[in-house]
Structures are given as C-alpha cells and as structure tokens.
Design a protein around this ligand. Structure first.
Ligand code: PMP
Length: 401
C-alpha cells in the first residue's frame, strides 16, 4: 500500500472512532462468562510453557487438584478436559448414559435443555420435567418425578441456570429424593462452581461438570468433571463410546504418583487456573458474591427494572437477569454498550427481552456503582423519570451484609 493510501485509511479509521467518542473508551465486560480475569491470573497464563510429561507439570496438576478438593470439600479427583463447559457435560452424558438408560432431565431454561439434548444424543430414554424459566426447581417436583419413574438410573440437574439467573438449591433437591434406589445425580455446575457453594460429596451429587470461565475466574477453555465414588463405580462398569471423553482413561493417568493428562493439556490455562483458585478460595469469597448480587438487585429495582427471578431465595449470586417494564430493554442494552459496558442479552425465548449482568469476579461497591450508574444513563430520558434513589437502595442492601 502506498504511503498516501495508508494515511487516508488511517485518518478514516481514526475519524470514525473520534466521531463516536470511542478512541479511549474503557471496556467493562459484564457477561456471565467469560468474566474479567485479574492481572495475576493473566500473568500466570503468560508464563513460559513447560512440557506436560514431567515433574514440573505434575506438581502443577497436583496443586490444582488439591485446591479443587478444598473448593468442593471432597477427597476425590477432578478430570480436566481442554474443552468448554459443554464438553464437560458431554463427558458426563457419554460415560453415564446410552441406549437402555432411563434419564430424568429437569430443566428450567436454555442450559438445562442443552444438558438434556446432549444426553438424548446417546440414545438414552428421556423423561423431561420442565420448570417455568425464572422459577427455581422445587424439591418436591423432582422427588415426585423420581418416585413416578423407579426405572430411571440417572437424574440431570442444573445448579445455576445462567439464561435466567436462577440458583437451584441442589442440596435441598437431593435431600428430598427417595433414599432407596436413588438415581445417579449428574449436575451442571458450569456457572456455579467458584461463586456458589457446591459440596458434591456431602450433598450426594455423583457427577459434576463445570468450566473455567465463570466462577473459576480463568479464561475459557477448561471443562472439569468431578465424580463421587458411586459415580466412578458406575462408569468403570461401562464401555465409554468416546475415546477423548472417556473418564476412566483420564482417571488412570490422574492417579499416577505423578499425575498426567492422557493428551496434550492447555498448560497455560492450568497456570492461570492455579492462580485463580487462590482468589476463589479466599475467606468470605462466596459471601461476597451473594452480597454483591443483593446490592445490585436492590439498585436495579429502585431504577425501575423488574427482576426475572421473583423469589429472592433462587436469585443467582453470579448473574442477575432483569428487564424494563416499558419494553425498552433492547434499547437500554444498546445504550449500555455505547458506554463501553458489555452485558449479556436474553437467550432462547427470552431473546431481546432480558438483560443479564454478572458479578462472578471481584465485584464490590465500586463495581456495583459502575453497573448501576451505567444503567441509569442507559435508561433514556423517559424511563429515567420513573427511577428512584437507586444508589441509596443499593448501598443499604450492600451495608446490610
Ligand atoms: N451450562 C451452563 C449453566 C452454562 O452457563 C453454560 C455456558 N453459558 C454452559 C452449560 C455451556 O458452557 P460452555 O459455553 O462453556 O460450553
């Protein structure tokens, strides 16, 4: 390209940005995954690579396993796949289900539907239980489905339905199940682990799938799977039709004196996860997530927004879903993006009708004011008139702890 054309192009791009006032616009990522990653985690991920067949990698892997065990309060191991959360869900499906398996699938939104869809592909017979999006799963509904289907050997649950911001109480659901002949409980913890309590061994979960890019505060790319003793016994009796996602094959390498991965692991992401787990394991982290969610919700309501999840017990500590009763939600989303704040919209049947803002990462009072202040500006003149003292409402909820 000649110098003249280069300068013209340069001026055109610069002019466009300046007109839009975007040149130095800070970006604030508020989607429920990926979530912003701290400098410590980014720097850990940028470390020089090491080989994955050696003592140094094994030490890194062991350290991560120890931290995950502390997080989940379990003695078992966690398999780590180079995949997103969907891969972790698929590994549960292919290792536990197939033709001849009867599966009860409880869904309250898009991601419950996805777990169901993945499992149905194995040829399993599906019994579907649907809960209205925005509502939490009631333990009695699941217990009734299990009692009505004694031949079902697997139960699928979602701890946090990201599409609606519903946080299901898996401990209460599992405690209400019949004690005899209980199906194996497989849970989607993709958008809960790290930000919400989940103690699979104590609660009776048999297979738990999760991922790096939400509550674990790490870039996307790791799918994790934890199994109970009962879960490992069940998969060891089956021949897994997948080579890559075969959990028994993974376990063999994990249980070596120096643990390894059967295939090349994304070493940089292991470094990043190792650093991120220190933040997640800090005292009071889970309480802080719930506190931020409560303060944000109080501010939203004072601004005139409606929260999708009506029952506060089921509101997610990681992501809040809301809309504006005027019907201007899509417009508000656009305005917010113009300010450099990136929320997520609705999914599935809630597309264009919902806004979702996450608080998985280190969201405290300053970050809450940023999100609420951005929304105040994004409301537009008409809708702003109906808003109340949102800062006071949020601050009172924040101080209430
Ligand atoms: N389950 C839940 C609850 C999720 O939130 C997501 C991602 N938003 C997934 C599954 C799928 O995970 P991934 O996009 O990492 O494949």
């Amino acid at each position: 390209m000649s110098k003249k054309y280069f300068l013209r192009l340069y001026n055109l791009i610069l002019g466009t940005y300046l007109r839009k006032g975007m040149l130095f616009l800070n970006k604030y990522l508020m989607t429920p995954g990926p979530v912003p990653v701290s400098t410590e985690v980014s720097l850990a991920g940028a470390r020089a690579l090491i080989g994955h067949r050696g003592r140094e990698f094994s030490a890194l892997f062991s350290g991560i396993e120890t931290k995950l065990s502390r997080l989940l309060r379990s003695g078992g191991c966690t398999v780590i796949f180079p995949s997103s959360g969907t891969g972790a869900l698929e590994s549960l499906a292919v290792n536990f289900t197939g033709p001849g398996t009867k599966v009860i699938s409880v869904s309250c939104g898009v991601f419950g539907d996805r777990f169901r869809e993945i499992t149905a592909l194995t040829g399993a017979e599906m019994i579907n239980v649907d809960v209205t999006p925005g509502e939490g799963v009631q333990p009695a509904v699941v217990a009734d489905a299990v009692k009505a289907n004694p031949g079902a050997s697997v139960l699928l649950l979602t701890q946090n339905e990201t599409a609606t911001g519903v946080f299901n109480r898996l401990d209460e659901i599992i405690a209400a199940l019949p004690k005899d002949n209980r199906p194996l409980v497989l849970a989607d913890g993709v958008s809960s682990i790290g930000a919400m309590p989940c103690f699979p061994e104590a609660w009776g979960i048999d297979g738990l799938a999760f991922a790096s890019q939400k509550g674990l505060l790490t870039p996307p790319g790791l799918g994790l799977v934890w199994l109970s003793k009962r879960g490992w016994d069940a998969v060891s009796k089956r021949k897994c039709p997948s080579y890559y996602f075969d959990l028994s094959r993974q376990k063999k390498d994990l249980e070596r004196e120096a643990p390894e991965n059967p295939y090349t692991p994304p070493v940089s992401l292991y470094f990043a996860l190792d650093a991120a787990l220190d933040a997640v394991l800090a005292d009071g982290w889970l309480e802080l997530r719930a506190r931020a969610a409560r303060a944000f919700a109080a501010g939203l309501e004072a601004l005139g927004f409606t929260l999708l999840v009506k029952d506060a017990k089921f509101r997610s500590p990681g992501v809040t879903a809301f809309y504006h009763p005027s019907g201007a939600t899509k417009e508000i989303e656009k305005n917010l993006k113009g300010l450099g704040i990136e929320p997520a919209g609705g999914q599935g049947e809630l597309k264009d009708r919902l806004l979702r803002i996450s608080h998985y990462h280190d969201v405290r009072w300053p970050e809450i004011t940023l999100a609420l202040g951005g929304l105040y500006a994004a409301l537009g003149d008409e809708n702003r008139k109906g808003s109340g003292d949102f800062m006071r409402a949020a601050f009172e909820a924040w101080e209430a702890k």
